[in-house]
Design a binder for this molecule. Structure first.
Ligand SMILES: Nc1ncnc2c1ncn2[C@@H]1O[C@H](COP(=O)(O)OP(=O)(O)OP(=O)(O)O)[C@@H](O)[C@H]1O
Length: 462
């Protein structure tokens, strides 16, 4: 049985109390209102699942109230109380958006039947909300044409992160995921949700940097009409939509300082308020937050609250950059090639030897996202049965290493004002980082193992 919050609107005290007793006996919670004014106030304050409304409401017109509810809260079912003589009114009310009607005097069985019907409708509505969220998430995935995700790794650092994440999945603990852009923080957050005890409930994403402070606050917590310019009607936020499920806060490092205490309160007390409203609401969400910023440093600088940082920092994992996962690179590259190859009708595309070397020696500053995009392009560009190095333009030239504007790229690159020794050192460092073995690194560099050993020793790169 689904528990419902029910508002009973009737000017007759005996009907209010009889209905209250009857719905409470069925395990629901009831509030009452004896006039349209009180009803409007309660409707604004509360989050009801069902309303009983007598159209004859003393001096007030119940039909006006019904129209108002149908307009502003179209998802809220309203059951009309009607006297035997006014079936026609009931029919009219149904036309105006009433969910059903109940003829007075009604028996407990008739009321029970209506409650069951409303419960069913409420469950369906919840399912629809969940599906709407899922559609939104899927649309994001489809628009980025994501090939199936892989959560395997041959690299100890990544294996440790995966094991921590999937062990933490089944607990209510907040999770903080750190890592450069494109390392797969969003993708893995969804996977953690799907492996958790909350999998049947919503997974809702809020992208912190994409909105202004006011809109972000409203996106999170919701608002009431008139709370800011553009707030033309009441709105529930994503904290409400995610109730009972997971709220994924992408780029938490961009969360404005003013909103941080509100998030902290949600984490600690499970409480929040909509913008422009004083009523305290409850929401029980599991938070997964991700960022490519150094939150600890931000705490020191004063741009991120220390208390929030510690609250989020219960389980923290770092997703290594792709260049720190040389042993996994080929697994991803092959998966992507078979996915995108199929999309363009070439099932058996392979990499040429040179293409493989190019894939390995490039540091992939944009990580999995960049790799995915490059392979998608290469699958289209490839002329024969093999992807050639030339089909992977971003890996073609070492100049790519120095492209300005990508935060994880080094400032040392061919042509920049550095010595040959510095350039050599950087090149060796990167090739070693992106090779699966020292033997392979030596081959790519065109030197023997002993020379590589000596150079690494000199560079303290062991
Ligand atoms: N486990 C995975 N398996 C396969 N592909 C992945 C995986 N994780 C990420 N990707 C690919 O990388 C892309 C970027 O991943 P995601 O958006 O999760 O990164 P992010 O770390 O959240 O990036 P940003 O910090 O920029 O938001 C995905 O769209 C997907 O194509």
């Amino acid at each position: 049985m689904t528990h419902m919050d029910i508002l009973i609107i009737d000017d007759e005290k005996s009907i209010r109390s009889a209905t209250t007793i009857a719905v409470e006996a069925e395990g629901h919670y009831a509030e009452t209102a004896d006039s349209a004014r009180i009803a409007e106030m309660k409707l604004k304050e509360g989050d009801f699942n069902l309303v009983f409304l007598d159209l004859r409401l003393g001096e007030d017109n119940g039909m006006d109230l019904l129209r108002d509810i149908a307009k502003h809260q179209p998802d809220l079912p309203v059951v009309i109380f009607t006297a035997h003589a006014s079936i026609e009114t009931a029919v009219e009310a149904t036309r105006e958006g009433a969910f059903d009607y109940l003829e007075k005097p009604f028996t407990p069985d008739q009321l029970r039947a209506i409650l069951l019907k409303a419960e069913k409708a409420s469950r369906t509505r919840k399912k629809i909300v969940k599906l709407e969220n899922e559609v939104q998430e899927l649309q994001t995935q489809v628009s980025t044409q994501a090939p199936p995700s892989t959560f395997e790794s041959q690299e100890p650092a990544m294996q440790e992160s995966l094991s921590t994440l999937f062990r933490a999945a089944a607990t209510p603990a907040s999770i903080l995921i750190l890592g450069e852009s494109g390392t797969g923080k969003s993708v893995i957050s969804k996977a953690v949700h799907e492996q958790s005890h909350l999998a049947q409930n919503p997974f809702v994403t809020v992208s912190c940097p994409s909105l202004s402070k006011e809109l972000l606050e409203s996106e999170l917590f919701g608002h009431v009409k008139g709370s800011f310019t553009g707030a033309v009607k009441d709105k529930w936020g994503k904290v409400h939509a995610a109730d009972g499920g997971t709220l994924f806060l992408d780029e938490i490092g961009e969360l404005p300082l003013e909103i941080q205490p509100k998030l902290l309160r949600l984490l600690q007390e499970k409480e929040y308020e909509r913008l422009g409203e004083n009523k305290t609401r409850q929401s029980n969400v599991r938070i997964i937050a991700a960022t490519n910023r150094n939150l600890a440093e931000m705490v020191e600088e004063g741009s991120f609250r220390e208390d929030l940082f510690y609250r989020l920092n219960v389980i923290t994992v770092e997703l290594p950059a792709l260049r720190q996962r040389p042993a996994d690179l080929l697994l991803f590259a092959n998966n992507y090639l078979s996915f995108f190859g199929k999309q363009v009708g070439r099932d058996n595309l392979q990499y040429s030897k040179e293409a493989l070397a190019a894939l390995r020696s490039y540091p992939w500053p944009g990580n999995l996202r960049e790799l995915r995009n490059s392979i998608e392009r290469a699958a289209i560009l490839a002329q024969g049965s093999e992807v050639e190095a030339a089909d992977l333009p971003s890996t073609n030239s070492l100049n790519a290493l120095g492209t300005p504007g990508t935060n994880s790229l080094p400032s040392i690159s061919p042509g920049s004002r550095v010595t040959i020794a510095e350039l050599e050192e950087e090149h060796i460092r990167r090739v070693v980082e992106t090779s699966s073995s020292l033997q392979e690194a030596a081959e790519i560099l065109g030197i023997d193992n002993a020379t590589l050993y000596r150079k690494r020793k000199k560079m303290n790169l062991e």
